[in-house]
Design a protein around this ligand. Structure first.
Ligand code: GRF
Length: 222
């Protein structure tokens, strides 16, 4: 087994964030091994991307399980069996059972398309527009039992422009997500970011606020 940090990615959809992680690894910016890409949808584009990159895949159908916990327990057992040390949720569109995810707290991150704590859940672009927010963004956070509620590690911010609609905003945000997620994962696997005593720490100190993605693609405390 290689000595690079072992990552499993969970994705339900097209997988553009997974593609960004794979590209970052190709460029030598993310020295990790992707050991598994798992999905709750057999037709997820993310699975096809993984196959093309020779990464093992797993598709589990939630309808084959009696309840959410049953599905999640099996999913997390298989993720553990893959040898993964870290889990990345990249567009995984399911609420996770708190008991099933508990062993992974501090080792699992999610990317969410809003400036958390604003707009947990769905339709984040629409909600930011409806609220007349001056800016929007994306967040990477540690996953806890609270939906989109775990401590935020890093954010990318984007001004909302007059005339923006939901689709335009989503389109402008996506390239930022694609830089944010690999940058955050890279800090995590290099131990610059750590989960200690139930809170994120950056370079050994409690993280006072989320890191911000700069125009240079670097995450820093602003
Ligand atoms: C992204 O907007 C991500 O923030 C959200 O789901 C979307 C996934 O897109 N959690 P993709 O499948 O990575 O293209």
């Amino acid at each position: 087994m290689s000595s690079s940090p072992r990552i499993a990615v969970l994705a339900s959809g097209r997988g553009s964030n997974l593609a960004a992680l794979l590209a970052a690894r190709e460029r030598g910016e993310l020295p990790v091994d992707f050991v598994l890409v798992a999905s709750d949808r057999a037709n997820a584009g993310a699975l096809r991307l993984a196959e093309a990159a020779n990464i093992p895949t797993l598709a589990l159908d939630p309808r084959s399980y009696p309840d959410r916990r049953g599905f999640d327990m099996d999913l997390f057992a298989r993720l553990a069996a893959s040898g993964a040390e870290w889990l990345v949720l990249a567009g995984f569109m399911r609420i996770l059972d708190g008991t099933a995810l508990a062993p992974w707290v501090g080792r699992m991150i999610n990317i969410h398309p809003s400036l958390l704590p604003k707009y947990r859940g769905l339709h984040t672009h629409r909600r930011a527009l409806e609220a007349n927010d001056p800016e929007h963004g994306a967040s990477v956070h540690f996953v806890t039992a609270e939906l989109d509620g775990g401590p935020v590690i890093a954010q990318a911010r984007l001004p909302i422009e007059a005339g923006d609609d939901e689709q335009q905003l989503a389109q402008r945000l996506l390239p930022l997500e694609h830089r944010l997620l690999p940058a955050a994962l890279s800090l995590l696997v290099s131990n610059q970011l750590q989960w200690r005593n139930g809170a994120p720490h950056f370079n050994g100190q409690p993280l006072p606020r989320p890191l911000t993605l700069g125009a240079d693609g670097v995450l820093s405390l602003k």
